[in-house]
Each structure stands twice: as C-alpha cells, then as structure tokens.
Design a protein around this ligand. Structure first.
Ligand code: BTN
Length: 273
C-alpha cells in the first residue's frame, strides 16, 4: 500500500523517483519529503524538540547545507542522491549512537545490494564504499537531557550518491555513485523505502553481536595499512580488527596497540617499490 496518507510533501512537486512505500506496518509514520532543505538532520532535530518521543522520517531531493562527520559538508545536489534522516525516540537503542551508525551501515549495504548488483563495503566508521570510492556516509546525532545526561532522541542521517554525474575535481578519484558503478539507473524511492523499512524492522539488533559480525565482514580496512587522522595530526598504523564495541584495533609503527573509538582513518597507498 502506498504511504501517501501520512506523507507530507513540502515545497514544490516531488519527482516520481521519490515514491516512498513502506507498506501497512508503517502507515502512521510521519514522512516529510522536501524539494530543497538545508539539512534533513537539522530538520529532524527541530522536529524532535517540538514532538518529544516521536519517530519520523525526513527526505530531501536537495540539501543546501548537507552535513557530514567532523564538521564537513556533504555534497547534496538536486535529484542526484538520497538524503534521508530517521528520527528515533530516546531509549535503549537511541543511547547507542555508534551502535546505530554501524547498524545503519549494515542496513544500507543490504538495501542497496537488493536494488543494484554491487558489493558495498563499509569504511570505519560511517562511510559506504564501492570499488575503493565513497558511495555515501552516515551521520548520527542526538539530543541530550542536560539534567539526566540521557539521550532524548537520535537522528540517523544517510546520504547516498545515486545518479552518475561529473564529480568536482577534488572528489573525482574518491567519490562514486550507484549508477556510475553498475551502469543502470536505480529507483531512489525504492532504496529509501528499503532502508527505512529494514532499519525500523530490526532495531532490536542495534549493538548486538550479529550486527558487529556483519559490520566486520563488510569492512574493507581490516588488515590494511592506514593513516589515523586526529585533528590536524596524522600517523601511520595497521588495522588488526574491529572489537565488539565497533572500535578499531590498531598497531602503530612502534608496535604499540591503540583502540580507536572515534576519529577517522584513510587507507595508505601500497608502496610498489
Ligand atoms: C559523512 O560523509 O561524514 C556523513 C554524511 C551524512 C549525510 C547525510 S545526508 C542526510 C543527512 N542530512 C545531513 O545534513 N547529513 C546527513
């Protein structure tokens, strides 16, 4: 059944590619679809403050201030990608922000692979990769009650490059799209519907061994030489694995072991000499 009853279309007409269909089970879930918005994560956070304890979904055809981790921007051109945020009420799984990000990674991998013949990999901690280039990213944000320190809500945003395009010079070697990789157009609405349904259907798995194992199998940095990026400093390391809390287990060049729970790594090119 179509989602039309509860769906709110904001802005001008939407493209047919954003036909969201979640079936009967989620017919009461508010879904807001915007033609253009600053950021679906920002919009979801505003909504959370006005509607405590509610779930909702926010999708945009274009974001003017798409945001990534570590204060970066996320290229969100009109109609070329999926820009989606899911708002969850506070509670056990909402308080596990890293767990939700890794969970969303595995959900998105499955959802994309059902729609396109791709092998989607996950680069710790929040990036989706295909063929060594970035296909998308995940940004989980939360609102904290200053008195109790508990998470009031979580917003998990995901951006996926769907259609092929000429990437800007600086992204050409590091970014890709679903269409660019498999050579066929995929339905953005179908991918969005698949991600939302899978995400909501199995929330009880957030933080479980099952997800961590799946996340490890999808990781393509285990066993690789990387550079750890911390603020303005970087240093080389080798990735031994990912622990049960989804932290990166590293060995540094001097043999010391480091466990990284946040931050970023980049793959070190293989020295061919
Ligand atoms: C990253 O690459 O570091 C994460 C990118 C997350 C982008 C998505 S797009 C939908 C949602 N709204 C945002 O502003 N960001 C997330």
């Amino acid at each position: 059944m179509s989602q039309k009853k509860k769906e709110t279309v904001c802005g001008e007409s939407r493209t047919p590619s954003l036909n969201i269909n979640l079936g009967e089970k989620y017919r009461d879930l508010p879904i807001f679809i915007y033609k253009t918005i600053d950021s679906t994560n920002l919009r979801a956070k505003l909504y959370a403050k006005e509607h405590p304890g509610e779930r909702a979904v926010f999708i945009a055809e274009e974001q003017t201030m798409g945001r990534g981790r570590l204060g970066r921007s996320f290229d969100s051109k009109a109609g070329l990608g999926l820009y989606l945020s899911i708002l969850l009420e506070g509670g056990t799984c909402a308080s596990d922000a890293i767990g939700i990000t890794t969970y969303m990674g595995t959900v998105a991998k499955d959802a994309i692979e059902e729609e396109a013949p791709l092998d989607v990999k996950i680069k710790w901690v929040n990036d989706l990769f295909v063929g060594g280039r970035k296909l998308g990213g995940i940004l989980t944000e939360g609102g904290i009650d200053p008195e109790t320190g508990k998470l009031l809500y979580s917003v998990t945003g995901i951006g996926i490059n769907i259609l092929d395009r000429e990437f800007p010079e600086e992204l050409r070697d590091i970014a890709t799209s679903i269409e660019g990789e498999c050579g066929k157009k995929v339905d953005t609405g179908a991918i969005a519907s698949n991600i939302i349904t899978k995400f909501l259907d199995s929330l009880h798995l957030v933080g479980t061994r099952e997800i961590v194992d799946k996340y490890r199998r999808a990781s393509f940095i285990i066993g690789k030489a990387v550079r750890v990026i911390k603020g303005t400093s970087t240093y080389p390391a080798y990735v031994d694995g990912i622990d049960d809390s989804c932290r990166l287990i590293l060995t540094l060049d001097d043999g010391t072991r480091e466990i990284l729970s946040t931050g970023e790594v980049s793959i070190r090119p293989v020295n061919l000499n």
